[in-house]
Design a protein around this ligand. Structure first.
Ligand SMILES: Cc1cc2nc3c(=O)[nH]c(=O)nc-3n(C[C@H](O)[C@H](O)[C@H](O)COP(=O)(O)OP(=O)(O)OC[C@H]3O[C@@H](n4cnc5c(N)ncnc54)[C@H](O)[C@@H]3O)c2cc1C
Ligand code: SF4
Length: 518
């Protein structure tokens, strides 16, 4: 993004806040603070990009993946890297899929409704106005009438349905499953953003996960971050925060970071917003040994059940063409025949070829000639995928390993074992998706067992004995430390997470502003 002419602060200026991380949590928060007149500096570990630099090529796009080594443990260890976290000015939203359903109200009350997991510390209704504001600002495209919430309106008409979406729609209609155009944070027509530059309409190139070259996809570098910079925020790319200094009362007075030249810097500040994502946020806090009187930092790591089912069709599908996930069904958020709690949303899937090839190799165990032969069917493939709730569990957590990174900081080790609930949900979804693809006429149907997104690890709650931050994101232990990213989720929710994180970003910023003015 264009950072020329941006306001600059000196390290000795005492800014109102330092925001660490510019992804789905940090960016809206930074913009909200800056537009309210606060003096804010964002530190971002990754580099700054202009959209034209995004390569539309899977191998060349690795610069936007968080590739710092993470160690995976547990019986269903998660794959990191390209799979589920990004870096750069804009964070993981540079290569997110922009699939943007709202969370389901019931899933904020898992403990009350099902007796498992935990409730969120505030009601879903409180989040709705923030969700609406995010959708209006970033330009979410969606159907005129949303079957599961008929009062809902999206600011833009739906994006075009690609071949997998058309096949899935016909199968859903035949089996009595309600399905509609998915809510996606992609401009289906030229979109004039309030306070930021106009974004062009999607050209259906299908390279969303490699960074959108034209800015049709709502990554933070073309939405909230330009707004923040216009309002006077400073963004410092390639700056890694690794320590704080404190006053006698234990409040943070400066953030110590390594700048792009490798030099140690110290930015003085009145408050810190840690928005580094659900792995780096607990890693940093565990490394510093702060804000953990509850012992909850790193605990309750969650990953969505993200099973996919693929099939081969007689007609060409060209799965790399078009926005990849243009159809949704929310009929399975609480299936009547479920032997699990919670539920899932399902979406049609196109996919770019290398990612698909890797999936095939892993899921089907193919290698060498048989793999090469099967990949010849690529232009006839179509997929369906789910995003399903995951329960918080004691055995799933992030800890510091003994191994250190190039700067001497201990690496994160992430333990994840899918529980009975996740396994039952996966089986239910596999049956459904297989039935849909059978109905659609697919042959050679197969399933990939996957888990996606990094969630939990610094959960919000009411009780300081069981949560790291309160219901607004403020640390119970360090009064001027706030956390706002995927880590604060007490439960995973079935919806893909970024819309909720952005809404939390606005909500946390406004709480801070209210308190600062009081
Ligand atoms: C391939 C992919 C596809 C996805 N698709 C979807 C989707 O379709 N829909 C959806 O809702 N979600 C999707 N997601 C998930 C979504 O992008 C994330 O949930 C969301 O971006 C997380 O927001 P965050 O603020 O927690 O972290 P991030 O967006 O990851 O931002 C954290 C930022 O902090 C920076 N950082 C970390 N440590 C430091 C440090 N010490 N100092 C300075 N900076 C630091 C990182 O570089 C990063 O830029 C996808 C993610 C990926 C990777
Ligand atoms: S499909 Fe549309 S949103 Fe995705 S990268 Fe291409 S132009 Fe951007």
């Amino acid at each position: 993004m264009n950072l020329e002419g941006m306001r600059r602060y000196e390290n000795d200026d005492i800014v109102d806040a330092v925001v660490i991380g510019t992804g789905a949590g940090g960016a809206p928060l930074l913009a909200r603070l800056a537009t309210a007149g606060a003096h804010v500096v964002a530190l971002e570990a990754g580099r700054n990009w202009t959209p034209e630099e995004f390569p539309s090529d899977e191998l060349a796009a690795s610069g936007i993946y968080w590739l710092g080594e993470r160690l995976s443990a547990g019986e269903t260890p998660n794959a990191f890297g390209a799979n589920n976290s990004g870096t750069g000015v804009g964070g993981s939203t540079l290569h997110w899929g922009a699939f943007c359903p709202r969370p389901d109200a019931h899933q904020f009350r898992l403990r009350s409704e099902f007796g498992v997991g935990v409730d969120w510390p505030f009601a879903y209704d409180e989040l709705v106005p923030y969700l609406q504001r995010v959708e209006a600002f970033i330009g979410v495209s969606g159907p005129e009438s949303y079957p599961w919430d008929v009062a809902r309106r999206y600011p833009l008409p739906p994006v075009a349905r690609n071949a997998p979406a058309q096949l899935l729609k016909r199968a859903c209609d035949a089996l009595g499953v309600r399905a509609t155009d998915a809510p996606v944070a992609v401009a289906s027509q030229n979109f004039a953003q309030d306070g930021a530059e106009e974004r062009p309409a999607c050209i259906n190139c299908g390279a969303c996960h490699q960074g959108c070259r034209i800015g049709a996809k709502a990554s933070m570098d073309v939405t909230y971050l330009p707004l923040a910079v216009r309002a006077g925020a400073e963004i410092r790319p390639e700056c890694v925060a690794y320590e704080f200094t404190y006053d006698a009362s234990g409040e943070i007075v400066a953030v110590i970071y390594r700048d792009a030249a490798g030099l140690e810097r110290r930015q003085r500040c009145r408050a810190v917003f840690l928005c580094a994502g659900a792995i780096e946020t607990p890693r940093l806090l565990l490394h510093l040994g702060i804000a953990n009187s509850s012992g909850q930092i790193g605990r309750n790591y969650m990953a969505h059940v993200a099973t996919q089912v693929w099939g081969t069709f007689a007609d060409e599908t060209r799965p790399n063409k078009g926005y990849p996930s243009s159809l949704i069904t929310e009929d399975f958020l609480r299936p009547a025949d479920a032997d699990f709690v919670g539920g899932y949303v399902a979406q049609s899937l196109g996919m770019v070829p290398v990612t698909w090839g890797q999936q095939v190799a892993r899921a089907r165990g193919l290698w060498g000639r048989p793999l090469v032969d099967y990949l010849q069917t690529y232009n006839h493939a179509a997929g369906i995928g789910i995003n399903g709730d995951c329960l918080p569990q004691d055995g799933n957590y992030v800890e510091l390993a003994d191994e250190t990174d190039a700067h001497g900081m201990r690496k994160a080790r992430i333990h994840f074992t899918a529980g009975t609930n996740e396994v039952r949900m996966k089986r239910h979804a596999e049956r459904l998706m297989t039935a849909l693809w059978t109905e659609a006429g697919a042959s050679d149907i197969w399933s990939a067992n996957r888990y996606a997104h990094t969630i939990g690890t610094c959960r919000m709650g009411i009780d300081p004995a069981h949560a790291v931050v309160d219901g607004t994101g403020r640390s119970f232990d360090v009064p001027n430390l706030w956390v706002c990213d995927n880590s604060v989720f007490p439960s995973a929710l079935a919806a893909n997470p970024a819309l909720t994180i952005m809404a939390l970003g606005l909500r946390t910023a406004e709480t801070f502003l209210r308190e600062a003015r009081a």
